[in-house]
Ligand binder design. Structure first.
Ligand code: HEC
Ligand code: HEC
Ligand code: HEC
Ligand code: HEC
Ligand code: HEC
Ligand code: HEC
Ligand code: HEC
Ligand code: HEC
Ligand code: HEC
Ligand code: HEC
Length: 299
């Protein structure tokens, strides 16, 4: 289901596409060279002090690691700017650069590992949401992960429809801080759809926490393995207990368990009179996620 989302306010998103294709200009003047972070300290004292406290300083520059050029590792060789502070033409400026270039720059160091493997093609990247839409090396509001805002508010700035879902009476307690959007999603991109993570065994993300539903059961209820949890549950939240898709459980079951349904499910037996107690399917078929004892999930 496609849905309109608020578009990011980042400058990267509105940058014209042509800019992404721009070949590196061959400057008429001398190319800029590395001036060293100490040179920046004089004029950008506040930023320098902040940077000294950030992970980018601690684990790279200070310890002589991969970021030996310090500030210029991100902003590019800056000698011409040091010589003439009004000349910012050769600096890499994050608020003016297109998404693709911003991401490339950050990914020179962050491309490794499984977390960022798919960042180049993530839904966020494709839609102009760059690393700096969510992270800020200098002005982070959260000390952890240099985020511009904590979850879930960070996500709600753009995903209003999901905000409404988590406000529903029955919901995963994300707003309460029990679990986070990023427990289920990898916002840096995934192989599967909707940027949804998989469990450590590459199964549905739901099994990460709801292990008891994974089985294997002697008698599996087919839709759980085939169509997934979403055939009966709303994942974020909804108006019905247990976040079920329909308020009447019998109608939920009969979506599949009728002759007219397209599913391979058998029709409920004819003695299942829906005007009587046979409405409450779970009264008898109580082990609806699967059973080791009974093919009709009675126990
Ligand atoms: C002599 C003072 C001085 C030094 C040294 C200096 N800067 Fe600057 N820098 C400035 C001034 C002034 C501006 C604002 C320029 C403008 O907006 O026209 C600026 C702006 C910038 C900007 C932002 C440009 C923009 O338009 O957003 C970046 C990035 C920057 N400097 C990086 C650096 C780095 C990296 C170093 C060290 C290699 C450095 N500066 C050294 C004075 C300095
Ligand atoms: C990890 C990459 C990275 C490093 C290292 C880095 N910057 Fe930045 N810089 C950015 C980004 C991204 C922005 C855009 C603002 C933001 O998101 O924080 C920025 C913005 C700036 C600006 C524009 C004004 C502002 O406050 O946003 C200046 C000036 C600047 N940086 C100077 C420096 C200096 C000086 C250093 C070294 C002490 C440095 N930067 C190190 C990524 C970096
Ligand atoms: C839509 C918001 C968003 C975007 C876009 C985004 N991030 Fe993140 N990032 C997060 C959140 C939230 C976390 C913390 C939760 C997690 O790890 O998933 C995080 C965690 C991280 C971490 C620390 C954990 C780790 O994996 O090592 C790094 C590094 C990181 N992001 C880098 C990047 C880079 C580089 C980009 C751009 C290619 C980027 N992020 C784009 C939101 C974002
Ligand atoms: C020169 C290499 C380099 C570049 C370029 C770089 N980073 Fe990092 N970054 C690191 C290292 C090293 C760490 C610390 C180790 C770690 O947590 O992975 C780090 C840490 C982080 C973290 C995690 C902070 C935490 O609390 O764990 C985030 C988020 C992050 N960087 C985002 C960015 C973004 C956004 C950019 C681009 C604007 C960027 N980085 C550019 C090397 C780099
Ligand atoms: C700056 C705006 C912005 C922020 C902040 C943001 N997103 Fe997004 N997100 C988007 C846009 C734009 C898309 C692509 C359009 C769409 O599918 O909604 C998207 C796509 C997604 C998708 C994939 C949807 C699909 O249909 O494939 C997921 C999942 C997602 N975002 C989760 C998150 C989470 C979790 C956070 C917070 C950590 C977050 N987003 C923060 C703007 C944002
Ligand atoms: C319990 C796991 C879980 C949590 C927590 C979670 N999501 Fe999702 N989300 C999913 C799954 C699974 C899907 C794809 C199937 C679906 O739509 O039910 C999804 C779909 C999405 C989509 C795409 C919606 C669409 O209709 O295409 C967006 C956007 C999204 N989530 C954002 C968020 C945001 C923002 C948060 C936190 C506020 C969040 N999610 C928390 C599991 C989760
Ligand atoms: C990070 C852990 C985590 C993941 C992943 C997760 N859940 Fe949950 N889920 C919980 C917790 C914790 C609760 C209990 C919530 C509460 O008490 O508010 C819960 C509650 C539920 C409930 C409601 C139970 C009730 O009695 O109302 C359903 C249904 C559910 N989850 C389905 C899913 C589905 C479907 C997925 C996969 C898309 C999923 N969960 C992924 C942690 C998780
Ligand atoms: C065929 C429909 C169906 C499917 C598919 C399904 N569920 Fe359920 N689920 C239900 C019903 C009906 C209830 C309410 C049970 C009750 O009231 O006793 C429920 C209740 C739950 C509960 C809360 C009560 C409990 O037993 O812990 C959780 C958690 C849950 N489901 C998770 C999941 C997960 C995770 C998946 C995917 C692996 C899934 N469900 C797939 C129908 C389904
Ligand atoms: C998304 C479709 C779907 C939904 C919704 C669904 N089922 Fe099923 N159900 C199936 C399929 C498919 C089978 C397996 C048929 C087979 O193995 O041949 C099955 C099997 C069963 C069986 C075992 C039948 C047998 O003879 O092996 C029972 C009992 C059952 N479902 C009850 C329920 C109840 C009760 C609900 C509602 C809580 C429900 N189902 C919801 C698709 C569904
Ligand atoms: C009062 C107990 C009870 C209730 C309530 C009940 N069932 Fe049954 N159900 C049974 C019995 C008994 C059987 C036959 C079991 C057998 O053949 O071993 C059965 C069998 C089934 C079968 C298997 C049919 C087949 O051909 O294999 C399905 C599907 C089914 N029920 C669905 C439902 C649905 C859907 C509901 C709710 C609308 C429901 N049941 C409510 C007792 C109940």
């Amino acid at each position: 289901m496609a849905q309109p989302q608020a578009k990011p306010a980042s400058a990267g998103q509105t940058a014209p596409v042509a800019q992404e294709k721009k070949a590196p200009a061959t400057p008429a003047a001398e190319p800029s060279t590395y001036a060293g972070a100490e040179a920046c300290k004089t004029c950008h004292a506040e930023i320098y002090t902040g940077w000294e406290k950030s992970p980018h300083w601690k684990q790279t520059y200070k310890e002589g690691g991969i970021a030996k050029h310090g500030c210029e590792e991100c902003h590019g060789p800056a000698s011409s700017h040091v010589a003439d502070p009004s000349d910012t033409s050769k600096l890499f400026l994050f608020d003016k650069a297109p998404t693709k270039e911003i991401n490339q720059r950050c990914l020179t160091c962050h491309a490794g590992g499984t977390q960022h493997m798919n960042a180049i093609n993530s839904e966020h990247t494709k839609n102009g949401v760059s690393c700096v839409s969510c992270h800020s090396p200098h002005h982070a509001k959260e000390s952890e992960f240099l985020l511009v805002k904590a979850q879930p508010e960070l996500c709600y700035t753009c995903h209003l429809q999901q905000k409404a879902q988590f406000d529903m009476p029955f919901h995963h307690r994300v707003n309460e801080g029990l679990i986070q959007c990023s427990d289920c999603h990898n916002v840096h991109g995934t192989v599967g759809p909707k940027q949804v993570r998989t469990s450590s065994t590459q199964d549905a993300v739901c099994f990460k926490c709801h292990i008891d539903k994974q089985g294997p059961f002697v008698f599996e209820h087919a839709p759980i393995k085939v169509d997934g949890c979403q055939s009966c549950h709303l994942t974020h939240g909804g108006p019905n207990p247990h976040m079920l898709k329909l308020s009447n459980v019998n109608l939920l079951c009969l979506q599949c368990h009728t002759t007219s349904s397209f599913s391979s499910a058998p029709e409920a037996p004819s003695f299942h009179n829906q005007a009587s107690l046979f409405q409450s399917c779970l009264l008898c078929h109580s082990q609806i996620h699967g059973s080791n004892f009974d093919a009709t999930f009675f126990k």
